[in-house]
Design a protein around this ligand. Structure first.
Ligand SMILES: CC(C)(COP(=O)(O)OP(=O)(O)OC[C@H]1O[C@@H](n2cnc3c(N)ncnc32)[C@H](O)[C@@H]1OP(=O)(O)O)[C@@H](O)C(=O)NCCC(=O)NCCS
Length: 192
């Protein structure tokens, strides 16, 4: 079900603290057992807020960030940011794919309401507006959230070993060679 009382809109500088809260909570809920606990314990909301402020400020054609705002107070106080997403230049070359979805996080209580899908659609829409017609997302192979990308039509296009926080991990890239169907999933008027 898509709930229209959750608004998807572009991120502003003033959203940075709320975005950092979602980022840190989501990492701590998603990555235990995958990423070493000391790294997760050491995550800092102020440091994350600085990074999200920089991302929000650096908005340009083909790069930026979105927030999902719980306007009606469905799972939190009205106006709370419950989902975040960012997109931009490809960080690793993957043939035939132009852009990259950099981050996508939805708070646990807000999962399963169509927010992740709407954030992906909003980013795909922005890529197309910048004439970037294809994109990838990199996801840890052992993160069960990767099935979400398959559900949205992503095709497994690459795999690579990485070393992160002192641990050896494997990342998978899901690709969309044509972002048009993804952008059409639920790009409502609030993301235009
Ligand atoms: C992945 C994530 C963003 C999905 O957000 P969400 O708002 O819960 O997803 P949606 O409600 O939009 O789901 C869209 C569809 O994907 C399906 N889906 C969502 N998560 C899924 C999962 N883990 N496995 C399989 N299907 C999934 C939903 O059932 C829904 O299917 P439908 O088309 O039948 O309705 C969210 O689970 C999350 O934040 N995960 C933790 C952070 C993370 O790992 N991010 C990715 C880092 S690469």
């Amino acid at each position: 079900m898509t709930d229209t009382t959750v608004a998807i809109r572009e991120a502003y500088l003033t959203d940075a603290a709320g975005m950092a809260r979602v980022h840190v909570q989501s990492w701590r809920s998603t990555y235990p057992g995958l990423i070493p606990a000391p790294f997760l314990v050491g995550l800092s909301e102020p440091a994350a807020a600085q990074r999200w402020a920089a991302i929000a400020e650096a908005r340009a054609p083909g790069q930026g960030a979105f927030v999902a705002v719980d306007c009606a107070g469905l799972v939190s106080a009205p106006g709370t940011i419950v989902g975040i997403a960012s997109y931009g230049a490809r960080r690793v070359a993957v043939r035939d794919h132009g852009g990259e979805f950099h981050a996508l996080y939805v708070l646990d209580d807000a999962k399963g309401m169509g927010i992740g899908r709407r954030l992906m659609a909003a980013m795909a829409d922005r890529f197309l507006a910048a004439d970037i017609r294809s994109a990838v997302v990199w996801c840890l192979r052992d993160n069960p959230s990767r099935w979400f990308y398959e559900r949205l039509g992503g095709i497994r296009v690459a795999e690579r070993p990485i070393r992160f926080a002192g641990t050896d991990l494997v990342e998978i890239a899901y690709g969309w060679r044509d972002l048009t169907p993804l952008a059409r999933l639920s790009a409502g008027p609030e993301v235009r």
